[in-house]
Design a protein around this ligand. Structure first.
Ligand code: FES
Ligand SMILES: [Fe+2]
Length: 356
């Protein structure tokens, strides 16, 4: 449905698929002895951990009779199908066909495999099994530092990956949807927002922001003070919110957003906090608060996605304070077309005043 004189955006334009990139498919702790089925871009993928601990990722479909390999079990370094017992090693080669008098390993019997990396408590796969990985997965800056409390979680986010990313990095909604938790809609002050877009990422630096008055800010810095705040997006789908309040308090909120399908995402959150407060206290207070905030965002994403589908298109009118969404979409579209961008080009820069 098109409303008169209203610009609209096709749903396809809202859902670029950047396949040739690293995506988190699981938390390391999720993958034990049993194979684990996950979905990326609507393709089921089975993860399995061999006896040595190394992780394999195969399309979850046995080449023999199309049974999900996740129905099978791990045997040594291989994954054994639950139907006739064919075995596959991490590279996808078929190493055993029970009952067959002859060579098991012929090309037609190979399972399609994904490149895998396991680092910092996450299992990553390269999203396009037809291409070789370029570079390594994103590195979470503070997750290995013992001075920080780091929490990892998989959080369902019922929306398109772009909507989820924009939501995670969107400041104006915090005073409304999360009223009282970060910011309030009471007396607002102007701050400067400096946006910089590079070939593979875009960030916004918030200058002149006082400590948010809401509960989350008060817990982190009871005495107030000025805040250093950056919101960042890295291709293909990493969000990063960084806060420093005073010398001692540093919060890194990362989300690796994994597209299950065009309108369904899982956020693999990696949150690192360094503060004067004891770690148990941070965990006891911040974790439930974060989950409460996630639920509020998930509800909005559900409603937004339903509205996309009901109208068959999106209305997306932006103003200056929608700081990053359009830049993120632009970077995603370019990456989806396979264009790398120019790393030597000067960044695009813009300053905006926002009342927070
Ligand atoms: S279907 Fe997998 S071995 Fe036959
Ligand atoms: Fe939010």
């Amino acid at each position: 449905m098109n409303e008169p004189n209203q610009p609209s955006t096709s749903l396809a334009a809202m859902t670029p698929r950047v396949r040739a990139a690293w995506y988190v498919l699981a938390l390391s702790e999720e993958l034990g002895k049993k194979p684990l089925r996950k979905i990326l871009f609507e393709v089921p993928i089975v993860l399995f951990r061999g006896a040595s601990g190394a992780v394999g990722a195969l399309v979850d479909r046995c080449p023999h009779r199309s049974v999900p390999l996740s129905f099978g079990e791990v045997v040594g370094e291989t994954l054994q199908c639950g139907y006739h017992g064919w075995r596959f090693e991490r590279g996808g080669r078929c190493t055993a066909v029970p009952g067959l008098d002859g060579e098991a390993d012929v090309p037609a019997r190979c399972a399609t495999r994904y490149e895998v990396r396991e680092q910092q408590g996450f299992i990553w796969v390269w999203g396009d099994p037809a291409t070789q990985p370029v570079g390594e997965p994103f590195h979470f800056r503070c997750a290995d530092d013992p001075a920080y409390l780091t929490v990892r979680r998989a959080v369902p986010a019922p929306g398109a990956v772009h909507s989820v990313i924009e939501n995670a990095l969107d400041v104006p909604h915090t005073a409304f949807l999360h009223r009282g938790l970060f910011r309030s809609d009471g007396k607002r002050r102007p701050i400067t927002c400096r946006v910089r877009r590079f070939h593979d990422r875009v960030e916004c630096e918030f200058i002149g922001e006082a400590r948010p008055e809401g509960l989350a800010g008060r817990i982190l810095s009871p005495t107030g003070g000025m805040v250093t705040h950056f919101d960042r997006f890295y291709l293909p789908s990493i969000t990063e919110v960084e806060y420093r309040i005073g010398e001692e308090n540093h919060v890194m909120l990362n989300g690796a957003c994994t597209p299950v399908s065009d309108f369904d995402t899982i956020v693999y959150a990696c949150v690192s906090v360094r503060t004067r407060l004891p770690k148990w206290l941070v965990k006891a207070v911040v974790q439930p608060l974060a989950m409460y905030i996630f639920r509020q965002d998930a509800e909005i994403l559900t409603l937004q996605t339903e509205t996309f589908h009901r109208f068959g298109e999106a209305r997306y009118v932006s103003t200056d304070v929608d700081l990053l969404g359009a830049h993120i979409l632009r970077l995603m579209h370019r990456a989806a077309r396979g264009e790398a961008g120019d790393p030597t080009a000067a960044p695009y820069e813009r300053e905006v005043t926002m009342w927070v």
